[in-house]
Design a binder for this molecule. Sequence first.
Ligand SMILES: [Zn+2]
Length: 51
Amino acid sequence: MKDALCGKAGTYYDGELTPDEESLFLAHLAGCAECQRALHSTVQLDRQVRR
Ligand SMILES: [Zn+2]
């Protein structure tokens, strides 16, 4: 079963998840290498853009 939260790393990083979704996402993130990688690259990108 595909987790509905998978792929929401960018949305999470933007602070656009509801508090409910956010805690579900954090639980998902702990076990999902794909989301960890996505979140990491979002952070990197954000740092480059903001400088
Ligand atoms: Zn995921």
